[in-house]
Design a protein. Sequence first.
Length: 207
Amino acid sequence: MDIIWHGNSCFTIKTKSATAIINPYREEKGFKLPALKGALTIITGSSEGNDNLKAVQGETKVIDWPGEYEVSGIVLTAKKSQGEKGFFFTMVGDDTRICYMEDTGKDITDELVESIGDVDILLISVGGTAGAGPEMAHKIVEEIEPRCIIPMNFAVPGSTGELQTADAFLKLAGGTAVTPIPKFSISGRGALKEDQTECVVLEPQLA
């Protein structure tokens, strides 16, 4: 599995059976996307401007509503966020369970944690304000206890909007010495650390 971040809350996730594109954004969001192609494209609806389907080449299955889906070997469960709009989701591919959480909207509840279940990799917003900031992200991490955290939606050179850098979150998570990498690649969940939560910071891959 390869996980590639394109800035903001956009990712490409490549499994052995298929590729998923998450929240491709419009250019007014501050960056320009590279050419994207995937069997499925997920539009969570949590933020305005993350619905640029024109950036995804070829045929793609669009998922923009909560529900349960299976596309080319990827199993997806999307649930409505606690906030006013959008959804979060879990997906399973290559025997690895990923949870994508752009904004829960409010404090995470025990019921929500139970419904999410075990998480191998958590993709979570860390640089926003209110429900998408570093303190909330850290609280969610402590409740969900993923084996790996990959931050998103934080300020990097060229980004727009009122975003913080990932520094505050990394300090809370104990990952201040993390060196950003172009992509995160694992053979499966067995390659993740079992005795501690790993924090992986990605460099945005842009056009």
